[in-house]
Design a protein around this ligand. Structure first.
Ligand code: E4P
Length: 217
C-alpha cells in the first residue's frame, strides 16, 4: 500500500517525508487555494520534497484547456501526475495524455462504472472519494472493493488511489479492499502511528529500564 499525503503544506510535508514512509502527494484546487501560493511554485516545491507521484489538478473543464494546463503542469517536474475530473472531457484528455506518456489521476470518482471508464481511458490512477460517499450515507469502502474486483476481472492496470480519507480505520479498510494507494490528510497519517497500548507499554518499559541503572552504550 502506497501512502500519499493530501496536502499543500510544505512545512508539514517536509517533516512527514523525513519518516521515509511518504510515497507521494495529492493536491486539489481547494488545497492550492488554502496554501495561498501560486500553484506552479507550490507544486515545484512539493516535487522537490518527495520522489514519488505528485498530483496537480487542472482547472479547465474543456478538453483543449485541460490538455494545455496538463502539459504545463507535467513540465514542472518528472514526478507530476496530471489530475483530471471524471467527466467526458476529462477522460478524453486522460486518453490523450496516456498516448503522450503523461501520468494521470482521474479524480472525483463516486461509482464503479466511472472507475471502469477511467481505466479504459488509460488513467494511471483513479481516485474514489471514500469519505464524501460516507458523508451522504453511502459506503465509500464498498466502492473500493467493487473497483478492485472490476479491475482484477479485466486486468486493468490503473491504480486505485483511495481518497477523501478521514481516519486510520478508513486506511485499514482501503488496504483490505485492495487499494493500491491511499492519500491521507497529515493528521490521519500521524494517527497511523498511534495506539494507546504502544504509549502505555513504552512508558512501562522505560520506567523498568530506568530501575536497572544500566546503559546500553
Ligand atoms: C485527493 O485527491 C482528494 O482531492 C481529497 O482526498 C479530497 O478529500 P476531501 O473529501 O476531504 O476534500
Amino acid at each position: 500500500m502506497q501512502l500519499f499525503l493530501d496536502t499543500t503544506d510544505t512545512a508539514v510535508l517536509r517533516t512527514l517525508a523525513a519518516t521515509g514512509l511518504v510515497d507521494g502527494v495529492t493536491t486539489n484546487p481547494t488545497l492550492i487555494a488554502k496554501s495561498g501560493r501560486p500553484m506552479v511554485e507550490v507544486i515545484a516545491e512539493i516535487c522537490g520534497l518527495v520522489e514519488g507521484a505528485v498530483s496537480a489538478e487542472v482547472a479547465a473543464t474543456d478538453v483543449q484547456g485541460m490538455l494545455a494546463e496538463g502539459r504545463r503542469l507535467a513540465a514542472v517536474a518528472a514526478n507530476v501526475v496530471v489530475k483530471l475530473p471524471l467527466t467526458p472531457e476529462g477522460l478524453v484528455a486522460t486518453r490523450q495524455f496516456a498516448l503522450e506518456g503523461i501520468q494521470t489521476n482521474v479524480t472525483l470518482c463516486f461509482s464503479a462504472p466511472q472507475a471502469m471508464l477511467a481505466a479504459k481511458a488509460g488513467a494511471t490512477y483513479v481516485s474514489p472519494f471514500v469519505g464524501r460517499l460516507d458523508d451522504i450515507g453511502e459506503d465509500g469502502i464498498q466502492l473500493v472493493h467493487d473497483i478492485r474486483a472490476i479491475y482484477d476481472n479485466y486486468a486493468f492496470d490503473t491504480q486505485i488511489l483511495a481518497a477523501s480519507i478521514r481516519s486510520a480505520d478508513h486506511v485499514q479498510a482501503a488496504a483490505i479492499a485492495g487499494a493500491d494507494c491511499c492519500t491521507l490528510p497529515p493528521a490521519v497519517f500521524e494517527a497511523l502511528f498511534k495506539h494507546p497500548l504502544t504509549e502505555k507499554g513504552l512508558e512501562q518499559f522505560l520506567s523498568d529500564w530506568a530501575k536497572t541503572g544500566q546503559s546500553i552504550l
